[in-house]
Each structure stands twice: as C-alpha cells, then as structure tokens.
Design a protein around this ligand. Sequence first.
Ligand code: ZN
Ligand code: ZN
Length: 424
Amino acid sequence: MTATEIVTVNDRVYAWPKVPAIAICLDGCEPAYLDEAIDAGLMPTLKAIKERGTVRTAHSVIPSFTNPNNMSIATGRPPKVHGICGNYLYEPETGEEVMMNDPRFLRAPTVFKTFYDAGARVAVVTAKDKLRALLGHGLKFDDGRAICFSSEKSDTATKAEHGIDNASEWLGRPVPEVYSADLSEFVFAAGVKLLKEFKPDVMYLTTTDYVQHKYAPGDKEANDFYEMFDKYLTELDALGAAIVVTADHGMKPKHNADGSPSVIYIQDLLDEWFGEAAARVILPITDPYVVHHGALGSFATAYLPAGVDAAETCARLAAIDGVTVAVTKAEACERFELPEDRIGDIVLVSGENITLGTSEDRHDLSALNEPLRSHGGLTEQAVPFIVNRAMADLGDAPSLRNFDAFNVAVAAAALGGDAVEAAE
Ligand code: ZN
Ligand code: ZN
C-alpha cells in the first residue's frame, strides 16, 4: 500500500481509494432505461443501491457523443482541456477529415495514467476498440499494474500492449460481434473477473450503445440488457468496490411517424446558399461503425467559405424548424467548453426528435433496420449518476457532470467499504 493520500489530475484533487473505485459508463443510457427496467423488477441490485446510495442526474458534455464524453470521464475535464470533441476532425490546412481516435489528439493526461504513475493498479475495459488507445494512453504494461483492452479485439490483446494476453481466452468468452449486446456483456464479465483476480485500485468499464440505438426504454431487448447488467453489478457491489454508474449521453427517438429518419440536410442547404461544396459540414458522430445510426446525430459544425458572415448564417439556420442552437465558433466554444482549433465556423444543435445530416445522398441509411434513435444534442445531455455509497454534498445537474465520475468514485472509495468490512 502506498502512503499517497491524494492525486492531482488536470488541476483536480482526487482522494486515494481504500477499496477499488469503479466508474461504469453505460453508453447511451437515457435515464428512462433504468427506470423502466427497475419498474419491471429486473434490476434488484440497482434498486437497492438507489435506496442506500446516492442518486443524481448529471450533464454530459456537448456534443453528446461517445468519444468526447468518454475522454471527459477519463480526464475529469471538458473537451476544451482534453481536445477530443468528436470522432472526426476536419483539418482546414490539409482539407482532410481525420479520425480523432489517435492519442496524438489527446491534450491531457487521464485519471488512469496519473493514478498508475502514483503507484495504483489500473484496469480499463472498453467495448469498442476505437476508444482503447485514447483511454490507455500513457499506461505502461511492463510491471503488471495496468490492463487496458477492448472486447472487440480481446483475442489479440498482448501483455506488452494491453497488460494481458488474449483476454478472450482468459475470460473464457469468444470475441463478440461488434454489433451486439454481447460486446457490452463482455466488458462487465471482464470487470468482475478483474476485480476478483487483478484487484485494481481504479477501474473503468465502458460499453457500446448498440442496443440503445435500436430499442426504446422498456422494450424487451432494452430491459434484457439492463437485467444482464444488474447481475454483474450485483457481483461488483458485493465485492466491496465503490461504484459510480453513469453514461456518456442519453438517447432519443429521431424518426418520423412513418419510421423514416427525421433529418435536416445542412450541406444541401449550404450548397444552395453558397455554391456546391463551398462550405464543409462535419458531423462528429461519423465513425466506422455507422450501421446503427447512419452517421445521423443532433450536432454539426460547418466551415464556411471566406467572406460569408458566420453570425448571419447562424441567424438563417436558427430560423429552420428543428434547429435549436445555431451559434458561431466563439459562442459554441464558450458555452460547451470546446477546443476552438477543432471546431468549424459555426455549430448547430437540433431538437429532441430530429437530426442533422450532410447531403441526403451521402448518408447510407439502408442498414437502419429500426426507426432511428440517436444523440448528440442538448436533449441527450441528462444522464444517470448513481453511487453505491451515501455521499454527502454531492451536487446535481447542471453542475454535476458525468466527468465527475472518478472524482466521486475515489472519494467514495476513500471512505472504505461496507461490504468488505461486513465480509471480514
Ligand atoms: Zn455513446
Ligand atoms: Zn451512439
């Protein structure tokens, strides 16, 4: 055991955990999913935790997408500090759109790296591999104190690069399909085994929103997912860990009455106003896994041609039904704490039941086999924030953020553990 009592990460002070501190990011967990599953009697452990622990709502960062929020949870800070504001980045200098999942885009150390450097044992399991390099950045795997792998690529994990050889074999579970609930179940199962055997001081478990993009709160498939999660939560809780359950963002239906996606095609509009391809619309939700959302979300940024007035363009866009925010870069970066050099000239957010697209012919919607559900805007900002300990003085949304998860988890873990004491 180390003598360290506090750790400072990105100018925030963190307590040293006396029992394992775990943050669980349930991807796309609109709070209603938990309410419905609890009401159906499928989450007895979460229900009990809500009664004896602390229940809050937190706000995600905007854009309410996966990577910006996961990296905020991992660093304890908004995108302005860590730099990851989407899956995609447009570099005006090169005219290229590049994936932002390379660690070279990350501008702040993670909680995991800082705790590892301070002597802690650290474990990170992500469903999709796209997040692994970012989450694991700065960890060293040569002394057996760090593990970081994805379900998706679990069979190719190596001790040198992930802290574990073939995690799929280690867990005794085959590599799940990338579009499946199993990809997330693998994360939970690994978390339980790691807690028992690896005994991390700090652990992060982050899932995929495949189920949430397809199914509404209360649907059988959604309830099945949360019932499955509750079984693993039961084990994690019983092992004495301090746990924060939160989400990267919520999820809302974004389709028309006939089931077709509800979309405003911004590139088509800007082409009409300023000429073909004069402006460039970037949808930061775009990633290689578009099957479940067709790259349609509720946040867009656009680079405008020289000479076009950004404020005037915002006023025109704000007049469109369904556009709820249309602001200049400066306003957006101030309001949403975004890095100025990675955002276009204007930022747009759409309403609860409508998305923003580029051009109609550029979205492949053929794989959308359920009416579109998605996220990205302010209407998906409210997420659950549940702690399995009674925490005094914990605020609530809007001041409580999902990226307070580790700060709260280690504070709860610094209190010690009821279940551990009871078991002794
Ligand atoms: Zn997500
Ligand atoms: Zn999603």
